[in-house]
Design a protein around this ligand. Sequence first.
Ligand SMILES: [Mg+2]
Ligand SMILES: [Zn+2]
Length: 180
Amino acid sequence: MTKTGKQKAVFIDRDGTLIEEVNYLSRLADLRFFSYTNEAIRILKENGFLIIVVTNQSGIGRRIFEEAAMHEIHEQIQIDLTDPLDAFYFCPHLPDGGCDCRKPKVGMIEAAQRDFQIDLESSWMIGDKAIDVETGFNAQIKTALVLTGYGQNAVKQLQRKPDLVAEDLLEAVKSITNFK
Ligand SMILES: [Mg+2]
Ligand SMILES: [Zn+2]
């Protein structure tokens, strides 16, 4: 809880940030955690953050895989991590589908705000793409870019600097939990 009586949250991109980037991940056999994922999540939990995954999954809209396959992956992530994540929000739509949830839009963050009491001022968005950082800007929360996944490219594309650029999720989490 923060002074507002609400909880601080970390919104985490899935592919390339929480787990290794796999093009249109849909098979459990291709699910790969980073060596530090479990530790990063544990540190966030110890520091009282809600941990919320926000992921664009246009492979569903493109009919590359079924929504059920994605849920199976999310269930496996929960099984494999020591500390369960608080929620997953996903956008299944096509990039030009005009939805309100696909990052860099903030529909998934707004959905989380309906489901949890979130103190946005103490909250963060962590991701490996420019659209993740832009999502954080659009939601007016703090932003961290990680250099895993597509992060090396994203760092060159960014128009506006994030609050933090970190090697990976663990380094980002260590900085966030000490952030003043
Ligand atoms: Mg990503
Ligand atoms: Zn959407």
